[in-house]
Design a protein around this ligand. Sequence first.
Ligand code: FES
Length: 119
Amino acid sequence: MVDHKYAWVRIADVENIPVGENEVREISAGHKKICLARRDGKLYAFAHKCPHAGGYLSEGHIDNFGNIVCPVHRYKYNIKNGYNSSGEGYYLITYPVEEREDGIYIGFAQSGWLNLFRK
Ligand code: FES
């Protein structure tokens, strides 16, 4: 069965993943800019701008607890679920990542009323 919850965008070959361990990079997924990070060998995708004041998260770093630390005011967000672990009450949008045989895919939630009629 096809999963209509997400529109999947292929971003790279499996052999050519554009981010190293504990790195974060801004990449294009279709027409959208996102951040891609890798931690403990797993890939994570999230919004490229900080929800606080728009800092570019690719200029931040990943701390020892798996948070992306914004370079502007140092707010922290868990890269797995977007939780604002430094406690200011913001939320970072995250995207599912799938490593398939034919490449790395990022899932973007499908919006719109058509989804109401899909099973
Ligand atoms: S812009 Fe990211 S913490 Fe303020």
